[in-house]
Design a protein around this ligand. Structure first.
Ligand code: 5GP
Ligand code: MG
Length: 188
């Protein structure tokens, strides 16, 4: 069978400082996390509901769910806390709810990055109040230096320093989301 390789790795633009996590390393880690999830949920009776937090998680979610062997359904939610700023306001708003009814299901929230923790704290509380069987979290990235509220993270891809990161779903003003690697933005 023909092996399909990614051909073009976009070069760093002048706004990006350096690559923090390359594409192969991300894929290896996503495989490991999927294996853990497959193992942890192997005995569930109804499909696991994956809830991706738009927009940043969409690439991580798509790679992760295609490695899952446990029955699952994919759903999304949209929240807003930052507006156009890069500093969390701590004031999380639900912009779009899930389509699935979460009641009596195991739910796994899929998030791009944990920064202050406000977003996941809000979502975990909100989903637990809906009669779910369990609510767990997975984040591709975590900024340990920035936590303001405690969040019980179950599956973490990588920890990153306190810098603004882009790529693999994460943006800066809607740019750089589709880079295949995670890069650090230059401080302006
Ligand atoms: P928290 O509520 O934990 O402070 O914020 C989480 C959200 O902030 C993430 O879902 C993400 O959208 C955004 N965020 C936090 N740090 C970064 C970062 O370094 N880069 C990008 N692109 N988004 C970030
Ligand atoms: Mg996000």
């Amino acid at each position: 069978m023909e092996t399909i390789r990614s051909i073009a790795i976009p070069p760093l633009t002048e706004d990006l400082e350096r690559v923090l996590i390359d594409a192969d390393t991300i894929q290896r880690r996503v495989n490991e996390l999927a294996n853990q999830i497959n193992n942890d949920y192997k005995d569930i009776e109804e499909p696991l509901i994956l809830v991706g937090v738009l927009k940043g998680s969409f690439i991580y979610l798509s790679d992760l769910c295609r490695k899952l062997t446990v029955p699952h359904v994919v759903d999304f939610i949209a929240v807003s806390s930052y507006g156009k700023s890069t500093v969390s306001s701590g004031n999380v708003r639900l912009l779009m709810d899930t389509r699935e009814n979460l009641e009596n299901h195991h739910v796994l929230i899929v998030e791009d990055i944990l920064d202050t923790g406000y977003t996941l704290e809000y979502l975990v509380k909100n989903f637990k109040s809906r009669g779910t069987k369990s609510v767990e979290t997975t984040v591709l990235l975590e900024k340990p230096e920035r936590h303001l509220v405690p969040v019980d993270l179950k599956y973490v891809g990588f920890t990153v320093p306190d810098v603004w990161v882009v790529g693999y779903g994460l943006d800066f003003g809607e740019q750089y989301r589709t880079l295949p690697y995670i890069a650090e933005m230059k401080r302006k």
